[in-house]
Design a protein around this ligand. Sequence first.
Ligand code: HEC
Length: 413
Amino acid sequence: MPQRSKWLSAAAIGFLLAWFAKVPSAPADPAQVAPSKESGGEVVAEDDDANPEMQGLFATAIPLLPLAMDQEAWSSPEQRIAIGSGLDQLAQASAALGQHAVTRDLGFRNLSDSLAEDIERTRNHYAEGAFEESRASMVEIANTCAACHSRLSGRSDTRRPPLPDGLLEGLSLHEQSQVWVATRRFDKAMAVWEAALADEMQAPGQLDIEGYLLDYMTIGLRVLQEPARVRSTFAGFSQRPDMPIYLQRHLARWAIALDAIEAEQPPADPLVRARELAGARGVPQPDLLGREQTVYDLAASSLLLGFIDDNRASPEELSEAYYLLGVVEARSVDSYWLPQAESHLEAAIRLAPGSASAASAYALLEEYVVVGFGGADGDALPDAAFGKLQELEVLIEKSRAPGSPPGAGPPAD
Ligand code: HEC
């Protein structure tokens, strides 16, 4: 990719490191978090909830990410010491996150484990001199950061100045938005998507295929919680003359749903409301459930992730929450950053194997995994996936009350 190599010349790397050196990595002193010029006049938020694990990840991942976006720089002997020790530090930062994760919910722990695995794989490939594999794996690390950051509501992290825009020139839209979400500059990511949707050179159907509409809705609805902004962007987008008919129809449905979501008050019981939304009850309904349901599915997933994050519910309630999350994700909102429907369905089974949710989660997981691997032929399944399904089936079987007929699921009461 000659274009990228030119983009990240040695001078640019030097600039990046100099920029990075100015960034307060642990602004414990309030004076350090005063609004800075680098932030382009934006008001820099108070550092009310400094998070040492995340600051460690940020400080160690940021210098590596742009190097990983550049094939030549990543395999260059001159960078070997910097990249090698950078990866060691990143692994330490992720181990610190792992220690913190034990106090968090299962979904959070799974993502923290995925991050540790990604980093381990990246280091191994790099140590073996498999530069292209390790580079691709480093880029995937940003996906895991983004997947975790897109779970809960939050604001853009404006404490630090954003990476200079010029450094992301030459990256694909997906890579740009991924870096912005990985570094929690949701404002920058939204701007990238909004520009793409307005760009006549980008075909609307292609933007959809590449997942930008879903990414935009995920951050706009689940993280920033701004349905009005999404609605107004889509209103402009739907006017484009090159709009395919199927997408025109989805957009019309989504506009109605966005209106309805905007009028929603925070529910007294998020699990009950999420159950209704996932079943399209109490909301203006399309005739068939599918991608038309994306907005409600995102709203449901947002309530469910908040409910799970609270970490106070009973195992049965949590099992239902993970099951519903698996349903909406498998149906319409599985993340392009890191698909998680499978791990959510597995969590639903492990949390309360005897529950009705576990039985339903198993059926969906089996379909998702088997069909996902190209058909009902069990032989085509990799051993690990097949073994996992069997293990979960045994878990459910064992928790079933003695004497109840096979396939009956949990006791009816
Ligand atoms: C397992 C979930 C998870 C993963 C993985 C994750 N983050 Fe985070 N991150 C969060 C959460 C949640 C917050 C919001 C702050 C909080 O709630 O503590 C956050 C906040 C941040 C912040 C804001 C700084 C602060 O002090 O609050 C930065 C920067 C950040 N993350 C960078 C990263 C980078 C870079 C990666 C990947 C190398 C990453 N994170 C991976 C969950 C995650």
